[in-house]
Every structure is written in C-alpha cells, then in structure tokens.
Design a protein around this ligand. Structure first.
Ligand code: SF4
Length: 331
C-alpha cells in the first residue's frame, strides 16, 4: 500500500493507513470507496469503484463487515444486496442532494396520480423510494430499460431531470419526468465545459455517466451541444481505455473532481483537466480519514456501532431488491 503525495498532503500518513488496514483485517472488514472519495481513502480502500461496481462487489464478498466510504444510499444498496453483513458508514449524514429530491411519500403520490404506470428510478435514491419502484437504472442502462417497457405503459422517471430528458430524447419514448437534480452538476455547466475546451483545443472530453453531477452532460450530448467528435461518455474502464487508445494527450474530465485521482493513477502520462475545479460533492467529502479510523476503532473495541451502522428494515429491503436486481441484470 503506497500513499500518494496528495494523501500525505491531506494530513494522513503511513501510520494512519497501516492502522486502518490492520484494524480492518483484525475485524474481518473490507473497505469500499467510491471514486469521489478523497485520495487517502481511495488509496487505503480494498476496492474503489463507481456505484454499480461497488454494488456488485458488495454482493459477492466473504468478509462479515463492509465499511462503505461513499454516500448513504450507496451503503443502503450494499446492505440490501448483502443483508447478512454488518454495513458501516463513517458518517451517517453523508447524503445526496439528488436522492433527497424524491421521498417515498412523493413517489407513492406520483404513482397514485398515474395508476398502472411503471416507476423507473435512478440508483441515486433511498431504499424507501427504490421499494416503490418497478425498475432501478444507472445512466448506462437507462435507455435499455426504458426500451424494454411495453410501449403502451406510461412511464414515471425520477428523480434526475437531466438523465430523464436525455433518456427521453435517446429512446424517443415520452415519459413523465421528476424535476430533481444534483447540486454538483451546477459546476459542470456548458459554459464551464466550453471555456475549458477552448483553453485546451486539442483535448478530448470524457464524461463519466455515473452520478447526477454528470447527467447534464449526457443531456447536452443528446442535443448535440457538445462536440460529438471529441466527446466520450464512458465508465471508468472506458475512460482508461480511451486515454490509452487516443492520440490526444490532454483530457477534460466532466465529473466530480475525485475521479481524477483514480484516472491519474491508471494513466500517469495523460494530462487531465477538470471541467471545473469547483465540481466537488461535499457529501462525499464528509467521509474523512479520521472518521474512517474512528469507525474501525469502535468496531475493534466492540462498542456500540449504531452511530455507524446502516440497516434497511423488511419489507423495504426485499421490495427494493427487486428493481436493484433488474438494474444489475441489465448493466
Ligand atoms: S455528486 Fe451529486 S448525485 Fe453524486 S452523490 Fe454527490 S450530490 Fe449525489
């Protein structure tokens, strides 16, 4: 395990990393970190990935404890997929503005207004909202899911209005779209992207279709507002492959800035420029190195885990599992 210069600069050290790994191994725990986590946490984690990658990993782990370094709905998804495991999050208040833009009561009321309609929700939703849904989608499989729904069935799509509008345009299917959004997308607006591309005229634009922060870019790409010959909407693996294949040596990355750490590690030669340095998810950054260590210390001492433990009660868990499994099957 090697700590990066950024990790060391962020105030954590090798001793911290060794203590975290030691406590995890002594307590049969595995650390999962989302791509938007601070570099030190990405570097110490056993697995780093996007929301869908981490969901799939959660479902197949041998360890009895998952320490989830990401936002709350992601830790809930891990618990739904691995109910026998203890799932801990270093800060229960690490939420998501997009997930918060639709409550279960609102989902139920919306369904009541449109009897018989299919409710399709983005993975960035609470377990209670997923339990109301027929399908859960990622940005990558949303069009495929919508096309699989019989043409005569009404569709309610939420909570991300940018993803909903992009999917409506790409699938040609009229839908009712919830007006929710992620606050971070405001940092990745067309003006930011154009300014950054103008300053880097030979650069390609890489958009990670992972979170609500980049769904506006998907919408802009679907309307032709981004340069089609220089824009690539690809997952993490696709970004790394594109950087290796491309003749460009500079890439503008239109996603939350945490993603750049992972991409720089995978391809140190490439010049990576964030579309906007201010595109930072404050919720993701609520998970800090000291909070991760404290969570593991509480686990190690056998103290009360309730401040950290994520649980999803029945029947919510079983109901939410159905659309999540459909999402994974179509991923
Ligand atoms: S970037 Fe936006 S959609 Fe993603 S976790 Fe943060 S608030 Fe939620």
């Amino acid at each position: 395990m090697v700590l990066t210069a950024e990790a060391l600069a962020s105030g954590v050290d090798q001793e911290w990393a060794e203590r975290v790994r030691d406590l995890a191994s002594r307590n049969d725990a595995i650390i999962l970190a989302h791509n938007y986590q601070v570099p030190a946490i990405q570097d110490v984690a056993h697995y780093v990935g996007d929301s869908l990658e981490l969901s799939k990993i959660s479902a197949g782990l041998d360890e009895s404890v998952i320490v989830f370094c990401g936002v709350h709905f992601m830790a809930e998804t891990a618990k739904i997929l691995a109910p026998a495991k203890t799932v801990l999050i270093p800060d229960q208040l690490a939420g998501c503005s997009l997930a918060a833009s639709m409550t279960a009561e609102e989902a139920r009321a919306w369904k009541a207004e449109h009897p018989g309609a299919a409710l399709v929700v983005y993975v960035n939703t609470s377990a209670e909202v997923k339990a109301e849904a027929d399908y859960c989608v990622t940005s990558a499989n949303a069009v495929k899911v919508i096309e699989s729904i019989p043409a005569d069935r009404e569709i309610l799509f939420g909570p991300d209005m940018f993803l909903g509008s992009a999917v409506e345009r790409l699938s040609g299917r009229k839908m009712h779209i919830w007006m929710g959004e992620c606050h971070v997308h405001a940092g990745i607006e067309p003006t930011n992207i154009r300014r950054t591309l103008d300053a880097n005229p030979n650069a390609e634009l890489l958009v990670h279709p992972e979170c609500g922060c980049s769904s506006q870019c998907m919408y802009l790409a679907s309307t032709g507002d981004l340069p089609a010959d220089r824009t690539f909407i690809v997952g993490t693996g696709g970004m790394v492959r594109r950087m290796k294949e491309s003749e460009a040596d500079t890439f503008v990355v239109a996603t939350e800035t945490g993603m750049l750490h992972r991409l720089r590690k995978e391809n140190p030669e490439a010049e990576l420029v964030p579309a906007n340095e201010a595109a930072v998810c404050g919720y993701m950054k609520m998970i800090t190195p000291p909070k991760l260590l404290r969570t593991l210390e509480v686990l190690d001492r056998g103290e009360d885990l309730s401040p950290y433990e994520v649980d999803v009660a029945e029947p919510i868990r079983s109901k939410a599992l159905v659309p999540i499994e459909r999402m994974i099957a179509l991923a």
